[in-house]
Design a protein around this ligand. Structure first.
Ligand code: GLN
Length: 475
């Protein structure tokens, strides 16, 4: 069966464009038509863009000229918290519903230079706070495998756009798992780079020491293409690092895969565990080894994250005051302006995190909460560094269960528990990937699950390789 153009991977489409099997316009039309048809049901996009004829024609010319980068002419989705000059970037919040970006994010600028095309802005949990996309102020996205279930979050729209073949690849942001987790729930690949590998300039900040622009793709190879297109030091983001900052590493012929069995005993669905074990077995049969490791501090990762992240979020969200950006409600005093704007503009989850974050940073509690969490973060990193002496990558499931039903996790703590496996990579800054590892059945429907690998700082490329070993591609 031949695939329709929107079903191709980036690698396949780049090849087809170069061998003149189809044109950039035909590829755009296939994606735009699929997006228009499926978006009313899936709500992956908050806005679909009109075709940009100039960009399409110039991409075609560059491809015909034989010098085009791989993403030239490839239709992509951009999460609604990544700035594209002249376009609305609302972070799925009422407070920014009318905000138009005045400049391109560095990643977007690079993509435009490479001739990539943007189909639209993808739905998300408000400001990236959530694990289901239910926190979007503009309605949730739906999982294409079962529309009664969430796609995961916060980059749920980006993941749905890729999984439902509305685009060939997408960008999201990942502060605590927001690219990897929705990728796992929708059956695609999600990647979070080493902190500082990609510029945060032009990303609407959530947790500045945790945020990275991440990639969502159909294959590990495509994820690498998307990452390579945006990575690199940027004078506009002092936390981006120069080449040579991290020790060079070689991609091993035979991987040593560290598995922290003690973290996998409770709280994970049995069939998810079975998929994990089967995936590890098949890697062993290819000549790779599984090494038992111990990460005792990992049990504190989630509470540490839910102190540091709200702390940083409360500071980053202070700028939305009705004076500078977005919604501006007026009361009878300046203070009343602030209060009204923020009360009406923010949804429940941002309000909860502002309260929590302000509390853990307040003078009476900062030592007990924020500073302690920051110390624990250092211990976590040291523990991971030590574990990497006996293994090349660390593996566990991306989430404890497959995609859940809408409303099932209305208690915030049960929603936070969804992040149990993903937050550590953000706390340590380490790169991580989620790759599909087979389905599990719920209510007669097959739902995807994902295997999660973490690599040492700067060793991002190891992850595409191990990911390709799982999916059976050659890379
Ligand atoms: N689910 C996590 C949270 O709610 C992660 C969010 C993210 O990575 N943006 O904070």
């Amino acid at each position: 069966m031949t695939k329709s153009l929107n079903e191709l991977s980036i690698t396949e489409a780049a090849r087809g464009l170069r061998s003149k099997e189809f044109t950039v316009r035909e590829l755009w039309d296939a994606c735009a038509t699929a997006a228009k048809e499926r978006n009313p049901e899936l709500n992956a996009f908050l806005e679909l863009f009109e075709a940009d004829d100039v960009a399409i024609e110039s991409a075609q010319k560059r491809i015909d000229g034989g010098e085009a980068p791989l993403l030239c002419g490839i239709p992509l989705a951009m999460k609604d918290n990544i700035l594209i000059e002249g376009r609305i970037a609302s972070a799925a919040s009422k407070i920014l519903a009318n905000y138009r970006a005045t400049y391109d994010a560095t990643g977007v600028k690079k993509l435009k230079e490479q001739g990539a095309l943007f189909i639209g802005r993808a739905n998300m949990d408000e400001f990236g706070m959530g694990a289901s996309t239910e926190n979007s102020a503009f309605g949730p996205s739906r999982n294409p495998h079962d529309i009664t279930r969430v796609p995961g979050g916060s980059s749920g729209g980006s993941a749905v756009a890729v999984a439902a073949h509305m685009v060939l690849g997408a960008y999201g942001t990942d502060t605590g798992g927001s690219c990897r987790q929705p990728a796992s729930h929708t059956g695609v690949v999600g990647f979070k780079p080493t902190y500082g590998a990609v510029s945060r300039s032009g990303l609407i900040a959530l947790g500045s020491s945790l945020d990275q622009m991440g990639e969502i793709a159909k294959t590990p190879e495509d994820a690498k293409i998307l990452f390579d297109a945006v990575r690199g030091q940027d004078p506009l983001d002092a936390t981006t690092f120069a080449p040579g900052t991290y020790p060079a590493f070689e991609i091993p012929k035979s991987f040593r895969i560290g598995v922290p069995h003690h973290l996998l005993e409770d709280g994970i669905d049995e069939d998810v565990k079975e998929n994990l074990n089967a995936t590890l077995k098949s890697l062993e049969s290819l000549g790779h080894t599984v090494v038992p490791i111990s990460l005792p501090t990992s049990v504190f990762a989630l509470p540490v994250y839910y102190i540091i992240q709200p702390a940083e979020a409360s500071v980053n969200l202070a700028r939305y005051d009705g004076v500078r950006y977005g919604l501006a409600e007026r009361g009878d005093s300046l203070l009343a302006d602030y209060v009204k704007t923020r009360a009406e503009g923010f949804g429940e989850e941002p309000k909860r995190r502002i309260l929590l974050g302000t509390f853990v940073l307040s003078s009476g509690y900062i030592d007990a909460y924020y500073r302690k969490a920051d110390q624990a973060r250092g211990v976590l990193r040291a523990e991971y560094d030590a574990a990497f002496e006996s293994c090349d990558v660390i593996a566990f499931p991306t989430t404890p269960s497959p995609a859940f039903k809408f409303g099932e996790k209305s208690d915030p703590v049960s929603m936070y528990l969804e992040d149990i496996f993903t937050v550590t990579a953000n706390l340590t800054g380490m790169p991580a990937i989620s790759v599909p590892m087979g389905n599990v059945e719920r209510d007669g429907v097959l739902l995807p699950t994902g295997i999660h690998f973490t690599a040492p700082l700067g060793a991002d490329d190891l992850l595409f390789k191990i990911g390709a070993l799982v999916t059976g591609e050659t890379l």
